[in-house]
Design a protein around this ligand. Structure first.
Ligand code: ASP
Ligand code: MG
Length: 407
């Protein structure tokens, strides 16, 4: 045997990169390429093509108001199947490989079914297999709780599996492969002039992901930032191009508007307090969300019109698999103490320093207004401005705001 250093390469392949035999063949050749460069390889895989969507549709037939434990049992089969297929394909081409479920790979999570967080990675079996000279294919998006229950990490969660494994195995880089060649300034399916961004900071990427960009799971970025792992997003068609590199930067002096992201179909919920002591409705509504395993975003609570107290928060359909039946129950339980607004979407501008001054926010509001688009609300965080508007106007708004940030 040649004297090769023990370098580990962690790769992740998305569903579109595994959808048919031709795609799997490409994955095999990328893995073979990394092996040829002297790396030991761990490849994390998503479910093939649109399998997750189709499993979710099945779940809707038998458990229309949700059954998070069984949904996790069901969804994890998608990643398990593609891991086994890739392991078979590699082995039959002369590259010995073994597939592992998230649980077998030591991905330990909390017990929050359908949206679990990784709390620890114990990659002993992965390391053993690598030592035996095998390539390890791990089913992404899944783990096991301390109670030995199978869990999933939320839509797009395979990215997080990959980054967590890269950290646990001391890899410096995690390569995320998909059918696009990097992170774009806006969704290229919506904005025809969107361009690829060569480098992004962790925080910019995290804000883009949280604002709805599907290229990377936001927790994957959170993990990468914490552990100092570089993420390279690239296309399976160009495995040797750098794609988009996400890493830490010294603070930039200049304000930059990096990109526009959107989240289609969010639900805005207002709560009203019947008396001035406040907090009772919002408390009960949030407790109800917790009981029903519904995750909420951007909660606020403050004094409203004529001394009444109002709360508000947002539900994302993407984060919650059985949103519609939940909303019906919410309405029945809380009646007029809640207002449920359903036809909204959120569009966000992300970039370092963009909320240092109110200029970008004011420009965005003015621009939308002059195009007869009504803004139903907005909020800002240090790297992001998010505007709520009607879903009907979403595409137009994304294009207008992208044109604005390009200048
Ligand atoms: N298959 C899961 C999904 O479609 C997880 C993933 O792709 O990362 O969300
Ligand atoms: Mg997928």
């Amino acid at each position: 045997m040649t004297d090769v250093p023990d370098k580990i390469s962690v790769l992740k392949f998305g569903g579109s990169s595994l959808k048919d035999p031709g795609s799997i063949e490409r994955v095999v050749s990328i893995v073979a390429g990394r092996l040829g460069e002297g790396y030991k390889v761990v490849a994390v895989v998503s479910a093939q093509g649109k399998i997750t969507e189709s499993l979710l549709k099945d779940a809707d037939i038998y458990a229309p108001s949700g059954n998070p434990r069984e949904v996790d049992m069901l969804l994890t089969t998608g990643e398990r199947a593609s891991a086994a297929l890739v392991a078979m394909a590699l082995t039959s081409k002369g590259f010995p490989a073994i597939s592992l479920t998230g649980s077998q790979a030591g991905i330990i999570t909390d017990d929050n079914h359908t949206n679990a967080r990784i709390i620890e990675v114990r990659p002993a079996r992965v390391e053993d297999a690598l030592r035996e000279g095998k390539t390890v294919i791990v089913g992404g998006f899944q783990g096991v709780s301390f109670k030995k229950e199978v869990t999933t990490l939320g839509r797009g969660g395979s990215d997080t599996t990959a980054v967590a494994l890269a950290a646990a195995l001391n890899a410096e880089v995690c390569e995320i492969f998909s059918n696009v060649d990097g992170v774009y300034s806006a969704d290229p399916n919506v904005v025809k002039d969107a361009y690829k961004i060569d480098e992004m900071s962790y925080q910019e990427m995290q804000e883009l992901s949280e604002a709805g960009a599907r290229v990377l799971h936001s927790r994957a970025v959170e993990f990468a930032k914490e552990k100092g792992i570089e993420i390279h997003c690239k296309s399976t068609l160009e495995p040797d191009s750098p794609g988009t590199v996400i890493k830490g930067f010294e603070t930039r002096e200049k304000i930059r508007k990096a990109g526009v992201a959107y989240e289609k179909n969010v639900t805005l919920i207002h709560t009203y307090e019947p008396d001035l002591t406040g907090l009772s409705t919002i408390n009960n509504v949030l407790k109800f969300c917790r009981k029903k395993n519904v995750s909420v975003k951007q909660i606020s609570f403050h004094k409203g019109y004529k001394e009444s107290m109002v709360g508000s928060f947002i539900l994302s359909k993407n984060d919650n698999y059985s949103c519609d039946p939940f909303l019906v129950e919410l309405r029945e339980k809380f009646q007029t103490a809640v207002e449920i607004i359903n036809d909204l979407s959120a569009v966000s501008i992300v970039g370092e320093g963009i909320t240092d001054k109110p200029d970008t926010l004011l420009d965005a509001i003015e621009l939308l207004k002059s195009n007869e688009i009504k803004v139903s609300g907005f909020h800002t965080s240090s790297f992001r401005i998010s505007l709520l508007l009607s879903t009907e106007k979403l595409e137009k708004s994304i294009n207008l705001l992208h044109k604005y940030i390009v200048g």
